[in-house]
Design a binder for this molecule. Sequence first.
Ligand code: ASP
Length: 325
Amino acid sequence: VLGTGGTIAGTTSEDSRIAYTAGQLSVEALVGPLEVACAGISVTCEQVSNIPSQDVSDAFHARLLARVERAPRECRANALVITHGTDSLEETAFLLAAAAKLTVPVIITGAFRPATAAGSDGPGNLLDAIRTAAAATQFRPRVLVAFDAQLHEARFATKHESVGTRGFSSGPRGVAGHVVRGEVRWIRPVIVPHYEFLCATAEEIEHLPRVDILYAYPGMDGTLIDAAIAAGAAGLVVAGFGAGTFGNLLQEALERAVAAGLIVVRGTRVAFASVERNVEIDDDRAGFVVAGSLSPSKARVMLRLALRRSRDRARIQQWFDELRN
Ligand code: ASP
């Protein structure tokens, strides 16, 4: 179990679920109380960091990717569990799924309530994650997100609310499986996309190009886009309206960005929508790439990895298309 911090390792000084500090307890302290429930499963713990996941950086991702690639051999582990804050968990899960050379399944989990709060969901989530990992012989290496007895594929897992404890969803794709009485029950076959073209080393992860996300709003002009160009961005992801649309002022600025050599990806503000090429906006003429069903946060991860390999729009669009279903 690789501990990285988050609310699952958080403590609160009062009986409150609101005021707390994330990343306080060690991963051993989280796993210790589960010893009886984990009987028969040999668990080794390692503290990679102890931070709230809003503080996750490229350096953090590089370190975690290196541990995910090396720990199985060094610790003779058949599977890995990662404890992580929920805020940027979907980026970490998607990055590992896309960029890491996985040799074992990886189950990522966290909690919406700190470890010391009444009704803390961390112990149950961690136990489910460990049990899912122990059932690793049932499936080949891939990254899954375990929350509230549900298993989500990294590609679809999205934090969609922060009230209550069922804050992760796979949207219309639905969950991949459940953990029931300690056993994994698959709901549907999981087709793991081929991510080979996105594989990156820890060193490369630490030096990925700058990509900014811009959130569209009515009347938005190009000020932020020009600022991103000036800041040296190699790419932009726009969280557009509906099917990835935006107004004329923004479109003009984005075309300026394309002319300046940036890769511009059209995404959407709408959770679980899909952005298709040449719908309402002439992508062929403007030189835009569309995100398909990837959320802006995952599209940003994908674009940064893709930019390492190519600056060719058609090629990058092909890679986005590979992950559309
Ligand atoms: N801010 C916390 C974090 O991401 C929230 C959580 O873990 O639920 O670390």
